[in-house]
Ligand binder design. Structure first.
Ligand SMILES: CC(C)(COP(=O)(O)OP(=O)(O)OC[C@H]1O[C@@H](n2cnc3c(N)ncnc32)[C@H](O)[C@@H]1OP(=O)(O)O)[C@@H](O)C(=O)NCCC(=O)NCCS
Length: 441
């Protein structure tokens, strides 16, 4: 800086902590405004939430429809005509988990954005297949990335989860509470699918996608969101056992209640209705018409659902709707970010494009968002030094995590001096020996 002072690491938010300015703008484009005090003068700065990095990762192992013919009573023709799916990736290696897939995707997103993990303020991990009920998968991802300044939580909204996560990221950014939010969708659905149930095992796949959402003064970004739910349909797509309603037991396992159960027809009807309605809502809120949309990235569950909703009801032409479910099946929370990455790689997205993400899933839930895409998509030249530095930070994060675990282990095994004192006092009391008795001898 000209005056020789170091620029702050993050933009300073001098707004009073307790009362973020109300968003009184029109519903379609009213980003929160940040108030900065400079010499007693209030300055209003617009804030927008832009996707500035993206990445995806799928496990190597592919299971084709023909492979499935060997497992259940099905055939390639039936699966293709009813769903559009030809193959899916599965995490065949037990070492591949929702966390490892997510970390691989997140690292790519950070690389595209050229932002170090230490700058992330919040990690939102949308997943239906968390590593554990707790701790949150997001926390394990935070540790693996070395995102030491980030809060982290899991978001449970099933296949709508990624768009729900974007809404959370946008809210945090517009409120002035975060500069960088990492939103991840990650799934190892192959672990909760009943591979003897032809009604469900043909549909799902594993994978992860991540985006980095950043605060900016450049107008655009995530302009509008629509989130919805209808819990009355909760039982149409459900993992019955393992929660507090039906804790895991020999009985739940022997009756297969730890596998995903679905009423396919009910979900199909619901999905075709809400996909179109939610898309319409965000378009209105963003001030767009369906004709103006350049790209729709829908949840990749079933080709016929996309055709019956986005294509037929909204009359958005096929070339503007990105579909890749043929290769991945339904990867739940990961399907939209994986499709986004492929759409970008295929040159379908450019600066100035009007983009819609729309999804639906268990809950029942649905969600859509409208984006005025402003981030340049040209990939920067590979930079050897930056890559090496990045790898070094990941190794340092792994070392730091091991060190912290080691310190905790040492605290566990070392005798606690305070506890030792209490033990000695209790022993003395139990044996009737009085304080100072030894000396008095
Ligand atoms: C699951 C789904 C593909 C089933 O398609 P559908 O057209 O509704 O098929 P149906 O369930 O009516 O089954 C039709 C017939 O095919 C059979 N069938 C079902 N699965 C089959 C399979 N994998 N292979 C061959 N036949 C199959 C059924 O037994 C039924 O036979 P029948 O007529 O002799 O009784 C479809 O309902 C769907 O995609 N629903 C939405 C699911 C979804 O997206 N879930 C995720 C939400 S995030």
């Amino acid at each position: 800086m000209a005056d020789g002072t170091k620029p702050p690491d993050r933009p300073v938010n001098n707004r009073p902590a307790n009362n973020g300015p109300a968003n009184n703008g029109p519903a379609n484009n009213g980003p929160a405004r940040q108030e900065l005090q400079r010499g007693g003068e209030a300055v209003y700065r617009p804030r927008y939430a832009h996707i500035v990095g993206w990445g995806s990762y799928v496990p190597e192992k592919v299971i084709t429809n023909h492979d499935l013919e060997q497992i259940v009573d099905t055939n390639d023709e039936w699966i293709r005509s009813r769903t559009g799916i030809a193959e899916r990736h599965v995490a065949a290696d037990p070492k591949e988990t929702s966390v490892t897939l997510a970390v691989a995707a997140a690292r790519k997103a950070l690389e595209v954005a050229d932002v170090p993990a230490g700058k992330i303020d919040l990690i939102v991990c949308a997943t239906t297949t968390p590593e554990y009920a707790f701790p949150a998968t997001a926390c394990l991802i935070q540790d693996a990335l070395g995102a030491d300044n980030a809060g982290a939580f899991d978001l449970s909204a099933a296949c709508s989860g990624f768009v729900y996560g974007l809404a959370m990221a946008r809210g945090q950014i517009l409120a002035g509470d975060a500069e960088y939010v990492l939103v991840i969708g990650t799934e190892t659905l192959s672990r909760i699918v009943d591979w003897t149930d032809r009604g469900t095992c043909i549909l799902f796949g594993d994978g992860a996608g991540a985006v980095l959402v950043a605060a900016s003064e450049v107008p655009g970004g995530i302009l509008a969101v629509d989130l919805g739910s209808d819990g009355s349909g909760g039982n149409t797509l459900i993992l019955p056992a393992g929660g507090s309603a039906l804790p895991t037991s020999l009985e739940t396992v022997s009756s297969g209640m730890h596998y995903l159960k679905m009423d396919g027809k009910a979900v199909f009807r619901f999905a075709t209705r809400v996909m179109a309605a939610s898309t319409r809502k965000v378009l209105t809120r963003a001030g767009y018409t369906p004709e103006e949309v350049d790209l729709v990235v829908p949840h990749q569950a079933n080709l016929r659902i996309i055709q019956n909703s986005v294509l037929n009801q909204l009359k958005i032409p096929e070339e503007k709707v990105f579909i890749n479910l043929e290769k991945y099946g339904n990867t739940s929370t990961a399907s939209i970010p994986i499709a986004l990455c492929e759409a970008i790689a295929a040159g379908k997205l450019r600066t100035g494009h009007k983009v819609v993400f729309v999804g639906f899933g268990a809950g029942l839930t649905w969600a859509a968002c409208a984006i005025d895409w402003r981030t340049p998509i040209d990939k920067a030249e590979a930079d050897w030094w930056k890559n090496t530095r990045r790898q070094a930070t990941y190794s340092a994060a792994a070392a730091r995590s091991m060190w912290r675990r080691a310190v905790r282990w040492v605290y566990d095994v070392l005798p606690d001096p305070e506890a030792k004192g209490q033990d000695a006092r209790r022993d003395r009391e139990e044996t009737g020996v009085q304080e100072g008795a030894d000396e008095e001898g």
